[in-house]
Design a protein around this ligand. Sequence first.
Ligand SMILES: Cc1cc2nc3c(=O)[nH]c(=O)nc-3n(C[C@H](O)[C@H](O)[C@H](O)COP(=O)(O)OP(=O)(O)OC[C@H]3O[C@@H](n4cnc5c(N)ncnc54)[C@H](O)[C@@H]3O)c2cc1C
Length: 458
Amino acid sequence: MDTDVIVIGGGLAGLCAAIEAASAGAEVTLLEKLAECGGSSVLSGGLLAFAGTDMQQAAGIEDNETLLYDDLRRAGAQQNDDALVRTYVAHQMQAYAWLKGLGVQFNSVELAAGHSQPRAHSVRSQAFMALMEQRARDTGRVNIVFNAQAERLLRAHEGARIEGVTARINGSTQTLRARRGVVLAAGGFSRNAEMINLFVPHQARCVVYCGAGCDGDGVRMAWALGAGLRDVVHIKGTFGFHPDTGKTPGRDWSRHSVYRGAILVNRQGQRYVDESKSYKLLGDAVLAQPGAMSFQIFDEGVMETSSDIAPLFKFREALALGRLLTEPTLEALARRIGVDAVALAATIERYNGFVRSGRDDDFGRTGLSSGYGKLVELKRGPWYAYPSTSGLIATYCGITVDTESRVTNVFGEIIPGLYAAGEMTGGFHGVAYMTGSSLGKCVIFGRIAGRNAAASDK
Ligand SMILES: Cc1cc2nc3c(=O)[nH]c(=O)nc-3n(C[C@H](O)[C@H](O)[C@H](O)COP(=O)(O)OP(=O)(O)OC[C@H]3O[C@@H](n4cnc5c(N)ncnc54)[C@H](O)[C@@H]3O)c2cc1C
């Protein structure tokens, strides 16, 4: 089982690292603890942030590196690592061209959260990840081992090079040596309740929706060797997830009818927030409600804005899936969701009054989303309720790395022979993630990690 480079994790970052290391001539063993590759990457919305592409130019979108840099820093509230952001910006066009060269097909360019220009390049995540796995195999130098859970990183003593890992492979513990380097690409830790409780206990009430292997193994393995940590206090759920998220198969658990005019009420039938705020802030607000629960309530007028394309606005689909509840009258809907009917009716009446007067005296809502869009009165049955809470889909933080994807310890010193990329690394996002920048970061820093591990001293 000795090899040149060991990659831990078969998500996007790990596959990119493996392809690059193999292209540089290294023999690669990729350990994936589940029975298939994909991780959170395959569940993702498939949006990658690139600026200045041919697709943008063809669509008349004027975007460039400066705007991308500014948006990334702004999303991170300037608390992200400037050097990492600059590295992303400097490599992103090469990464886009590299993906296209591998045969990745981008379908459209979308405007998404945190973007000052439409720059979210969309792929179909399942086809994308299948292609990336195939490209890793096509190198002829990548051996993908499934049901192989890396457990510990090996080094002779503190300060010595990382020389391999121990891994549980099909039920037995084995030692694997890496002649050149080890790349950690084991994803985030949304599923590790202990770690979430340690860093952000107030987010522990979130439902979780991400790859089945997102237990934080990679972060803990590096942490055990003294790796630094960054951004862990900024972990935040996303509003709009159904409380039954993940209980049955299917990807579409989240809906945002609030941004089409719905109101948000708690179990007492009362509004508690300006519904036009960002879904991250709504996520925090719902976690503070009894049972961390609320309902997006809307009428037929809002239902008529249902989309067949944008997942977050597919209200009719949610109805067909039995997740969106409906009744002909508001009173019947209140009964169905266990909310006091008189209180709910009073809330709707008061809200409609605010819409008519143009002033929300309770929470200051002035638009559909972040102040934009005209508010609508809710008055036409049938009525709808989407049970909603906050969902943790990614942690976007973790161990410290430098611009060469080398893991650094709590003193800022490089841990020799150890590289990391993807969601498990900290510093790049700062306070918040800009849409498309996590998959983008997997490609850019995964490639750097793979290349450097392959070139590492023996
Ligand atoms: C629903 C959803 C939508 C999203 N949409 C977007 C989007 O549109 N754009 C965007 O930029 N980001 C998005 N994200 C975030 C993004 O998908 C992830 O941050 C990113 O895919 C993480 O990639 P990764 O390679 O670091 O980790 P993953 O893709 O999670 O891969 C990590 C792999 O490591 C394996 N592993 C873990 N521990 C071990 C171990 N001990 N040994 C061996 N293998 C191990 C796991 O099983 C997994 O396969 C979304 C996330 C979700 C859940």
